[in-house]
Write a new protein. Structure first.
Length: 101
């Protein structure tokens, strides 16, 4: 499994608009991409922290194909007007841990 985290920081008063666009326009597009298992925005408990867009992918190939397709950039650009600074993307792999039966 691959997890892509995009760290986002919004201009004052723009977080609600960004969340609305993310949930209604961006997340549905990501969820239709091949291999996407999850797409959600993590909201900071501490207002000083970043928001995080988290997408989870079945494989590295699916995550890479999503990036290479240009869809990620198009979606990031849809809410660019709300950013206080450029988003930062970090990618992680995760091994599945099975619980004993």
């Amino acid at each position: 499994m691959y997890v892509r985290l995009t760290y986002l920081n919004f201009l004052p008063g723009k977080a609600e608009e960004a969340k609305r666009i993310y949930n209604s326009e961006l997340a549905p597009v990501v969820k239709k991409q091949k291999g996407n298992l999850d797409c959600r925005m993590l909201l900071p408990v501490d207002n000083a922290d970043d928001f995080i867009s988290m997408t989870v992918w079945d494989s590295k190939e699916d995550a890479d194909a999503y990036q290479a397709s240009g869809v990620y950039k198009q979606l990031v650009d849809k809410i660019r007007h709300t950013y206080s600074k450029e988003p930062v993307l970090k990618v992680y792999s995760s091994e599945s841990i099975m619980e004993p039966a």
